[in-house]
Design a protein around this ligand. Structure first.
Ligand code: ARG
Length: 443
């Protein structure tokens, strides 16, 4: 039961947060006249010594150390004596401690993830800027649809990631609220200055209902939901690149560092990095769904089930953080093959241009669409690509398909015509880069 109950094997990760929280708590109790100046000084010094032991891997775990809170307090009392050490926990509960520790730890982790995500978006943006001349097929239903810029594809994902960046900033705000001073559930009976403790610990504000403060794992949910949403997106991004890096497509080639060979087939170059990004998304969703199941039936307020939120959170953060770094590495080192992208463009992808051409001559779009459909059908009948039909054949379909209709067969022109905001023309793509830069800020 002791082993089953213990959380120290993983919550020891929060040793520094736990000690920072304890020092803030002791200081507040000193200002409350619960602790004398000397007692507080001894506790602060002792706790810093405990922290040093953890940092230098010297902390000796004892069999009764159930979690990081009991371990630290036990060791403090050994260092400063039970008479003083025993006063630290006055008016305090481990329920508020674990919530405080997790929030402090998570806040810093999420800030780190924000920086990493910023870098991923920036990497995509820089490539988009540098490789703006490259055209590729754009797909719907994984069928060739219309030509687009490679940059446009890059930015489609970067834009999506930037929304996650904005969401993440919101999550951090709600994580960074202090439960300290809420006691086991009912509040603190010694007039503790919660504001002062929150300020010392860098919290942006207080959780203002003590029962909520110890029962609540919204900050974990929100993180797991956020992480799942991000992993879902990185998984789709990875899937695109898996397809584009296949021999059949050959649009991109992963750096050797991010791919592996096969133990059996010498010719293989497998996109393991991308497959793992896709695979780890499943793991992230599982952690989110698991925590919902764990908590949905709990009576308020604290129940030990809540301890089960710690491990998934730690793993989730590592998964997301590692994944962003791998994605950034993949993106910054892959090489593109513009010739292959160009060769994959098919004249049929310009069929819409014929309809648009007719629209510019006053033909209703529906009719233009129909005429252009007949052009495609004729080319298919004749077994030739659309651009190999003669001027006469085109005129035969509709006399309004004049000699100048050949201009529709220019991919670059088709792309440049999409110059309304959000489109794939050079100017529209550059506008997107500018907007993304603003979202990123100076971070
Ligand atoms: N290790 C516990 C956790 O992670 C700390 C809180 C224990 N509280 C209690 N009432 N048993 O949730």
């Amino acid at each position: 039961m002791e082993q089953y109950n213990a959380s120290l094997p993983y919550d020891r990760l929060f040793y520094a947060q736990d000690i920072a929280g304890s020092i803030a708590f002791a200081r507040a109790n000193f200002n409350n006249d619960i602790l004398t100046k000397d007692e507080f000084a001894a506790i602060e010094k002792g706790l810093n010594e405990v922290k040093q032991e953890w940092a230098e891997n010297r902390f000796e775990v004892k069999p009764n150390d159930e979690d990081i809170h009991t371990a630290n307090e036990r060791r403090l009392s050994e260092l400063v004596g039970k008479d003083i050490g025993g006063k630290l926990h006055t008016g305090r509960s481990r329920n508020e401690q674990i919530a405080t520790d997790m929030r402090l730890w998570l806040r810093e982790e999420l800030k780190g993830i924000e920086k990493l995500l910023n870098l991923l978006v920036k990497t995509a943006m820089q490539r988009a800027d540098a490789e703006i001349h490259v055209l590729m097929p754009g797909y719907t239903h994984l069928q060739k649809a219309q030509p687009v810029r490679w940059s446009h594809w890059l930015l489609s994902h970067a834009t999506s990631f930037s929304f996650e960046l904005e969401r993440l900033r919101e999550v951090i705000k709600r994580v960074n609220r202090s439960p300290l001073g809420c006691g086991a559930l009912a509040g603190n009976p010694f007039k503790i200055d919660r504001e002062a403790m929150a300020k010392e610990l860098g919290f942006d504000g207080l959780l203002y209902n003590s029962m909520n403060a110890v029962a609540d794992r919204d900050f974990v949910f929100e993180t797991l939901q956020w992480g799942s949403s991000f992993m879902m997106k990185i998984s789709r991004w990875a899937e695109d690149l898996i397809i584009y890096s296949s021999l059949e497509f050959g649009f991109v080639r992963l750096a050797d560092a991010y791919s592996t060979g096969s133990s059996l087939m010498p010719q293989k170059k497998n996109a393991d990095s991308l497959e793992l990004l896709r695979g780890k998304a499943g793991r992230a969703f599982g952690q989110m769904a698991g925590l919902f199941c764990t908590i949905k039936g709990l009576p308020t307020t604290y129940n030990k089930d809540l301890q089960e939120s710690v491990e998934p959170l730690i793993d989730h953060i590592k998964t997301v953080s590692d994944s962003i770094q791998i994605a950034t590495g993949v993106l910054s080192t892959l090489t593109i093959n513009p010739e292959k992208m160009l060769a994959a463009l098919a004249p049929e992808m310009l069929a819409t241009e014929f309809a648009d051409y007719l629209v510019r001559k006053g033909v209703p779009f529906r009719e233009g669409h129909h005429i252009s459909g007949r052009v495609v059908a004729l080319a298919e009948d004749q077994g030739v690509p659309m651009d190999k039909l003669s001027k006469e054949q085109l005129k035969g379909i509709d006399s309004r398909l004049g000699d100048d209709v050949v201009e529709c067969l220019d991919y670059e022109r088709a792309v440049e015509l999409k110059d309304a905001s959000g489109g794939t023309s050079k100017s529209a793509v550059k506008e997107q880069i500018k907007i993304l830069k603003e979202v990123l800020g100076d971070a």
